[in-house]
Design a protein around this ligand. Structure first.
Ligand code: R7I
Ligand code: MG
Ligand code: MG
Ligand code: MG
Length: 354
């Protein structure tokens, strides 16, 4: 067993769960300074001595993540039809988990067509443009873990897994970026200080192969043709800015905090990198908690941004650095550890078979 890698599998999935469960109560909120105080107290209390409280429930982000993981564990050949079926099964068994407004149409059509063509319903979304929501990106962690040593395999699998619900290029590329960020974190040593500029340059370089200029877009300016690379450069500038006390409004205006993949994946990566140092107004003694608390403090799509940021942080740090007191308040925490261990076991088996 690779003890560190196994701990990173757990950290990644627990980070995703924790961000979702703790972020969900704040979803859609605009964060005022009063709201931030409430958030600080909320975290201090949950992270303090254990007390009995109603469990923090997970949302669609976790429901779909665990379906992706289950298919990889049960069918290690990577079975996308399994994923489509499980997404639909989970949704109809428990529809009140805060799913996106439009993805429900996909679930209905998949079920109605008996999964004949698992990609067709998603292609029909938004007048044939496909959804650019962050629903593909929010569930990508198990794929990044499973394919941790197979970059090409990860890119292919994430693309297909995303296209079951999100075919818009922005939705797919956002999921790819999120997976790449997790993979990069997984391969770093948690005792090392992260070289933020290098980490970001690696992301930009990889996105250059994924996000390319298309002929019919030639009349659009280059920044808009390559939106993720543009966002990543903006993110890099924010992270290396002289002023460390940039206002949240400034961050949100430049990176976004909404349900689109473009307006949330770079933001999640930013939260992880920013939280490597102290952040004014966020009192948290470790970088894991700081990542999640900061992500939620930006408001907007808090469950998803905190979940994506948490999965990157957890993949970097491993389970040991995750606040046990926080995770104890989350629904599905015990089960998620089992999911991580099972996923680790199949990933190692597959590696040996190669
Ligand atoms: O992307 P999706 O699964 O939603 C995920 C989000 C996360 O925040 C979850 O926590 C949950 O709250 O929802 O679901 P979709 O319905 O595909 O996309 C979400 C929303 O993005 C849609 O309902 C639209 O409001 C918006 N959207 C678009 N709007 C206009 N044109 C997505 N694609 C488009 C588009 O092409
Ligand atoms: Mg959600
Ligand atoms: Mg969804
Ligand atoms: Mg959300």
């Amino acid at each position: 067993d690779n003890i560190l890698l196994k701990s990173k599998f757990r950290g990644c999935l627990l980070g995703a769960l924790l961000g979702d469960c703790l972020g969900a109560p704040f979803e859609g909120e605009a964060m005022t300074s009063g709201g931030k105080l409430v958030l600080q107290k909320y975290f201090d209390k949950l992270d303090g001595p254990y007390f009995r409280a109603p469990v923090k429930k997970y949302t669609d982000d976790t429901a779909m993540t665990k379906s992706v993981a289950k298919c990889l564990i049960d069918k290690p050949a990577v079975d996308f039809k399994c994923m489509a079926r499980l997404f639909v099964k989970e949704y109809f068994a428990d529809p009140r988990r805060g799913y996106g407004q439009n993805v429900v149409d996909v679930f209905n059509k998949l079920r109605g067509s008996k999964f004949e063509d698992i990609y067709k319903p998603a292609q029909e979304q938004f007048g044939g443009m496909g959804s650019y929501g962050n629903g593909g990106a929010m569930r990508v962690a198990p794929l990044a873990l499973y394919f941790h040593n197979n970059y090409k395999g990860m890119i292919e699998a994430v693309t297909h897994a995303t296209k079951i619900t999100h075919t818009n290029k922005l939705g797919v590329n956002g999921a790819l970026l999120q997976a790449i960020a997790i993979q990069q974190s997984l391969l770093m040593d948690p005792v090392d200080k992260i070289d933020v500029e290098h980490f970001t340059n690696q992301l930009i370089d990889k996105m250059k192969d994924i996000e390319t200029v298309e002929e019919d877009d030639e009349d659009i300016n280059i920044e808009d043709q390559l939106p993720y690379q543009t966002k990543l450069k903006a993110m890099q500038e924010l992270l290396t800015a002289e002023e460390s006390d940039l206002s949240d409004t400034y961050v949100i205006t430049n990176l976004g905090n909404n349900i689109s993949a473009l307006g949330s994946v770079p933001t999640a990566i930013y939260c992880f990198l920013k939280a490597q140092s102290e952040i004014p107004g966020i009192k948290a003694d470790n970088t894991f908690r700081r990542t999640i608390q900061y992500a939620i403090s930006l408001g907007g799509d808090t469950d998803t941004i905190a979940s994506m940021a948490g999965s990157i942080a957890g993949a970097f740090l491993g389970e040991e650095y995750i606040n046990e007191s926080l995770i104890k308040h989350c629904e599905f925490q015990k089960e998620m550890i089992e999911v991580a261990d099972n996923l680790y076991a199949v990933a190692e088996d597959t590696k040996e078979a190669l």
